[in-house]
Design a protein around this ligand. Structure first.
Ligand code: CA
Ligand code: CA
Ligand code: CA
Length: 329
């Protein structure tokens, strides 16, 4: 009985290897990529330039705001005010002012000479280098693009942003391997589409989401989407891409300002009850900093992704071995 089981296990391995060959489209000779150069960018969906399926154009209450690939601007006196002028008093009422969502690179690292250090609205892209996590060891976090809400109190009669889409792209070019050098072709890693909602709250009365840092904070929100362990194949090896939120002032710290939003806020944005996003204080700029990590997927886990059929065969094999062992004991 035990001999039969071992034979079965060997044949399963052979099946698995053959399947891996089919997945890879050939023999896997190159080493695992340990280091990549990257370029990542994000844009708001504003023009019929290949529009990803399911993406939404910016929508507004009242008159439209200004929609650019790297900026969405709304409020009063569009074109004559500056959203970066955060001098309006928090909770103020009809001060002519604008608010904006802008895409930027990081303003974490020490600025180069001649750089004023303001990267919250430069639009991207962000370039850098990132190391792969292999066998659960090593790996670094690539610093991605940032998203900033410049929150000024605007008149109740002004247009406000209510929804839109953010499309995030990442290109990877390998620079180092843990074995034989492989190809150096630039790879487009999986794109990520964020369909988001925005809630501009009136700065009077009872505040949606309860008390915050100002008289009625505003909210950026979206329904949860999986941004962890998104698989991609490069040069016959399988990797996972995970997008992470970083502290904008310290990339070594996780999360912030993202969290599950209060259910009344989710409801006002027509999102599901456990929507996620961030709260922004009136009269201030709030930045969400994105990053990403790449992890190599070892062969057994790669094979697990080949499909339910092979996975079921493996499960049966293990069960038989377990039964055999129990009988022998
Ligand atoms: Ca951009
Ligand atoms: Ca506001
Ligand atoms: Ca508000």
């Amino acid at each position: 009985m035990k001999t039969v089981t071992i034979t079965k296990a060997k044949s399963l391995t052979a099946v698995a290897l053959a399947a891996a060959g089919m997945l890879a489209g050939g023999a896997a000779n190159a080493g695992i990529v340990t280091q990549w150069n990257f370029s990542t960018d994000a844009n708001f969906i504003v023009a019929p330039d290949p529009v990803p399926s399911g993406a939404a154009y910016p929508t507004w209450t009242g008159a439209p705001g200004v929609a650019l690939q790297d900026k969405l601007i709304w409020g009063e006196n569009l074109g004559t005010q500056d959203y970066r002028n955060l001098t309006s008093p928090a909770g103020g009422s009809a001060t002519p002012a604008q608010s904006a969502l802008t895409i930027g690179t990081d303003y974490i690292t020490t600025p180069a000479p001649g750089d004023n250090g303001e990267h919250r609205d430069d639009g991207g892209p962000q370039n850098g280098s990132v190391a792969t996590k292999i066998n659960g060891v090593g790996g670094t976090t690539g610093i991605g693009i940032s998203l900033t809400h410049w929150n000024n109190p605007i008149a109740g009669s002004a247009s406000t942003l209510t929804s839109g889409s953010l499309f995030d792209t990442l290109s990877l070019t390998p620079t180092a391997w843990n074995g034989s050098m492989g190809t150096t072709a630039t790879q487009s890693a999986p794109d990520v589409l964020f369909n988001f909602k925005f809630l501009e709250t009136a700065n009077v009365g009872t505040c949606p989401g309860g008390p915050g840092g100002s008289t009625c904070d505003d909210f950026f929100g979206f329904d949860f989407i999986n941004i962890s362990a998104i698989p991609f194949v490069y040069d016959n090896e399988l990797y996972d891409l995970s997008i992470v939120y970083l502290d904008p002032l310290n990339p070594n710290l996780p999360a912030q300002p993202f969290s599950v939003l209060p259910s009344d806020v989710c409801s006002l944005m027509s999102l599901s009850p456990n929507c996620v996003g961030f709260r922004t204080v009136e009269g201030a700029a709030t930045t969400a900093q994105f990053g990403f990590q790449i992890e190599h997927v070892p062969e057994p886990a790669s094979l697990a992704l080949l499909g339910l059929g092979l996975g079921s065969i493996g499960l049966v094999g293990r069960r038989r071995r377990a039964t055999g062992g129990a009988t022998a004991a």
